[in-house]
Design a protein around this ligand. Structure first.
Ligand code: ST9
Length: 629
């Protein structure tokens, strides 16, 4: 039986009942994917994910890929390679591609819904299968040569990687030292060592195309410090004929010189890649091509990173959702102890643990967060839908781009933190001691989900990105828009007639949560301004106060938006509950209202405490001598 328990009903509820995706499907850019097609795609991927892709989830963990340090090759777990091939053969990855590359464009909201199903069933599959997406980046940023390479990548199903990190350049990408030197034929030779490269080596495709950030030497602009001095190079594992795409049989000088042993996602190879070392392999140079012939590496790479941050957030919530549904199944059948009202009677009937108040609290915590985070992902993707539609008509949708930018660190940073913590503290805990055993998927979920708070920018990086770039630099444009949306939801009470004002208290709590979150933002802005040495009382060290609070803001803003999205869902559900329903639908909608109420009552009040902590931040922590830690 599949470990993966999907929640297709909730995905469809978001897409069609809450976010009205029928309005954009089947027309314009998406004319080949109407609502009915979208539903059948989801049903098909759901079946594939549960019945096929999930099958190698455990085997990939217990029998991870084998690295041969002499040959610098990796032999993949056969069952996982079979799942990978099944996903590639399914062609669903074409939904993310433009028609020019043989794609069948679908809205981001549908793509990330499909992604949730694959990422929930077997996360590394989606990560290995992003070659076509990378091809899209190469095509979009490239010249004629690059566009041809992009087409080969798709036609020949080549895999691809993003290569940023170095042993001494993790969060600080600008500290990277890998160099690139231009050759007479226009190509570049790269030299250096990169670390933590996801999917850096494997045997599931005939070629792997690495997109590598390196510092060009001997050119104008050389020596620009930090990320601005980096360029993006297309570096294949095997050389190929540019016209036909056929491999020439020559190896390029990029080799996997280590594969890490990890806590989780063991089937995902995390590689050290060495470029152009004469002592490794055949000592060939690592030859690459400057993408688009422009020295704009970090901006180009961020097109990849933005997609990858969405991916990581979606992976995290997909795992939380299946973790919750597994915990729920277990709780319904696990009989232990008496009902609390009968606890004194030692002969009373033993009951399933769903009868126990603390288990109910735990299950509803898991349910409300899993469903809120799914709504957050799909809501964010609806802004990406707008960006896609505008681009298709040769325009740009400035507001949609900004709101999407604002939401990305929340999807990634907040989503991964909440998911990992809840999987460990609530989902696993529901199983009691059995959760610690390999008999259930939950211990693997916990191990596999931890990486989500780490890679693709740690939570601290997401917090800084949110405040400094997405709020301050954006002059709160996107945040202001979101705030107005939440305010109009609070003021607008359509439910009061239909449902006797069932969400009145929750609206009040949302208003208070909004006020507290705005106060936290205001506090950080004040702290930032007080750090300006050009002002009279400005003290540069006050920037530390901001740094002490950016993760706090990330988490509180995430809680606020999630509560609002759940309440929007509850409003839709209340409307449906007014009509005649099948039992399954009635239960579904009642669960929606309950989740929104629980979240508002149990999570939102904590924002007041976070506000007090932000407002009372001082420099004592920064003044403390290192020895005192
Ligand atoms: C990793 C792998 O962890 C994880 C596995 C992933 C799975 C693989 C699958 C991937 C699939 C993807 C497929 C692609 C599909 C795409 C298809 C779609 C068509 N937003 O603030 P500054 C830029 S890999 C946008 O001064 P510092 C911007 O250009 C390792 N752009 O930063 C900016 O210039 P300007 C992951 C941004 O102090 C420039 O950077 N590693 C953003 O120089 C400089 O900005 C990390 O994630 C943004 N949010 O550098 C690194 N931010 O200002 C984490 C910056 O003029 N570290 N730019 O606009 C950071 O993010 C750091 O904050 C830093 C700091 C490196 C940006």
């Amino acid at each position: 039986m599949s470990h993966y328990k999907s929640n297709l009903r909730d995905i469809e509820f978001n897409l069609f009942e809450v976010f009205g995706r029928d309005d954009i499907l089947g027309r314009g850019l998406f004319d080949e994917v109407d609502a009915e097609t979208a539903r059948s795609i989801l049903a098909e991927v759901d079946r594939l994910a549960r019945e096929n892709l999930a099958a190698s989830f455990q085997d990939g963990d217990r029998n991870p890929p084998r690295y041969d340090p002499q040959a610098h090759t990796v032999t993949m777990t056969p069952s996982f390679a079979a799942s990978y091939q099944a996903f590639i053969d399914s062609q669903w990855w074409r939904l993310q591609l433009p028609s020019a590359l043989g794609g069948q464009p679908a809205p981001s909201s549908l793509v990330w819904s499909v992604a949730e199903l694959v990422l929930g069933a077997n996360p590394p599959l989606w990560m290995y299968a992003t070659g076509p997406n990378f091809a899209h980046i190469v095509h979009r940023n490239g010249n004629d040569r690059d566009k041809r390479i992009a087409q080969h990548m798709i036609d020949r199903a080549w895999a691809a990687t993003m290569v940023l990190t170095e042993p001494d350049a993790g969060s600080d990408v600008g500290a990277g030292r890998t160099r690139a030197r231009q050759q007479a034929d226009g190509s570049w030779h790269l030299e250096g060592v990169k670390r933590f490269i996801t999917s850096g080596e494997h045997d599931m495709s005939e070629n792997i195309v690495h997109l590598v950030l390196a510092r060009p030497v001997g050119v104008e602009g050389e020596g620009a410090p930090g990320t601005k001095g980096l360029s993006l190079f297309v570096v294949p594992k095997h050389h190929f004929d540019l016209e036909s795409g056929e491999l020439t049989g020559e190896r390029n000088g990029v080799y996997a010189t280590n594969v890490e042993k990890k806590m989780g996602i063991k089937v995902s190879t995390t590689c050290e890649l060495t470029f152009g070392d004469p002592a490794i392999g055949g000592g060939e140079p690592a030859k690459g091509w400057l993408l688009g012939e422009v020295h704009d590496g970090i901006a180009q790479m961020f097109q990849v990173i933005e997609n990858a941050r969405m991916l990581v957030g979606t992976k995290a919530i997909a795992t939380l959702s299946t973790g919750y549904l597994n915990a729920l199944d277990y709780a319904k059948t696990r009989v232990q102890g008496a009902d609390l009202t009968q606890a004194a009677d030692k002969r009373s009937r033993r009951v399933s643990i769903t009868h126990h108040p603390d288990v109910r609290r735990s299950l509803m915590t898991q349910k409300s967060f899993a469903e809120a985070l799914r709504a957050l992902v799909i809501y964010t993707a609806t802004w990406q839908d707008r960006v896609q539609i505008a681009e298709h008509t040769g325009e740009s949708d400035d507001l949609a781009e900004r709101v999407n930018d604002l939401l990305l660190p929340i999807v990634k940073g907040y989503g991964s933190e909440r998911s990992w913590v809840l999987l460990g503290t609530e989902s696993l805990q529901t199983f009691g001691g059995s959760g610690f055993l390999e008999d259930y998927p939950i211990e693997q979920y916990v191990r596999d989900a931890k990486i989500d708070t780490l890679y693709e920018g740690t939570t601290a990086i997401q917090g800084q990105d949110l405040f400094f770039r997405k709020i301050v630099r954006d002059q709160a444009h996107a945040l202001g828009h979101l705030t107005r949306e939440i305010e109009s939801f609070i003021e607008d009470e359509p439910d009061s007639a239909a449902s006797g004002g069932r969400l009145k208290e929750e609206r009040r709590l949302l208003a208070k949560g909004l006020e507290d979150t705005q106060a936290i933002v205001g506090t950080l802005v004040e702290q930032l301004m007080s750090a300006d040495p050009n002002t009279e009382a400005g003290d540069r060290r006050n920037i530390y106060k901001v740094g002490l609070n950016t993760s706090r803001l990330l988490m509180t803003l995430g809680d606020l938006i999630c509560s609002w999205l759940l309440l929007r869902q509850a409003e839709v559900a209340l409307g449906r509950l007014g009509g005649v329903l099948k039992l399954a639908d009635k239960s579904f909608y009642e669960g929606k209202v309950a989740a929104a109420q629980f979240f508002a009552r149990n999570v939102l009040p904590k924002i007041s405490a976070e506000r007090a902590l932000a407002e009372s931040t001082d420099l004592s922590l920064m003044d403390l001598a290192e020895e005192a830690f």
